[in-house]
Design a binder for this molecule. Structure first.
Ligand SMILES: [Zn+2]
Length: 143
């Protein structure tokens, strides 16, 4: 379940002690994340192996192509999306492993703006819903 077709957690598989690592494959339109988000305590680096990722940042969009890297500091809002027509293969690394609180912002049609969201399990734990904290609307369903 999640915003990407393939998410393989590598932290435990590799026995990493101080940083977290995930392997991702994004089909066109998919993302690494549920929304524009920031981790309270974690610094993150993304390495794009195939395809092109468009990262939304507070300073505008940044395109990261195959063989390129991008870094975000703790508290820095970002969201990487595959806006191309090619599959994206990428690695995400973050330290420390405990990211602290993660703030997620998503567009809410009911509120008419981007609002803080939380994640909720649904359908007997077979889906994840994104819920607007301001009005309670369900703005996304990930299976
Ligand atoms: Zn709302």
């Amino acid at each position: 379940m999640g915003p990407a077709s393939v998410i393989r957690p590598l932290t435990d598989a590799l026995g990493l002690s101080d940083f977290a690592m995930n392997y991702y494959e994004l089909e066109p339109g998919e993302s690494f994340a549920y929304g524009f988000h920031a981790h309270e305590k974690q610094e993150e680096v993304f390495y794009v192996q195939e395809g092109t990722v468009t990262f939304e940042t507070v300073e505008g969009d940044v395109e990261i192509g195959a063989g390129e890297l991008i870094r975000f500091g703790p508290g820095e809002y970002q969201q990487g999306v595959n806006r191309g027509d090619e599959r994206v293969v990428a690695l995400a690394m973050g330290a420390p492993q405990d990211a602290g609180e993660t703030e997620i912002l998503r567009e809410c049609a009911d509120c008419g703006e981007r609002t803080p969201h939380r994640l909720e399990l649904a359908d007997g734990k077979n889906a994840i819903l994104t819920i607007c904290e301001a009005c309670g609307a369900d703005t996304g369903r990930f299976t």
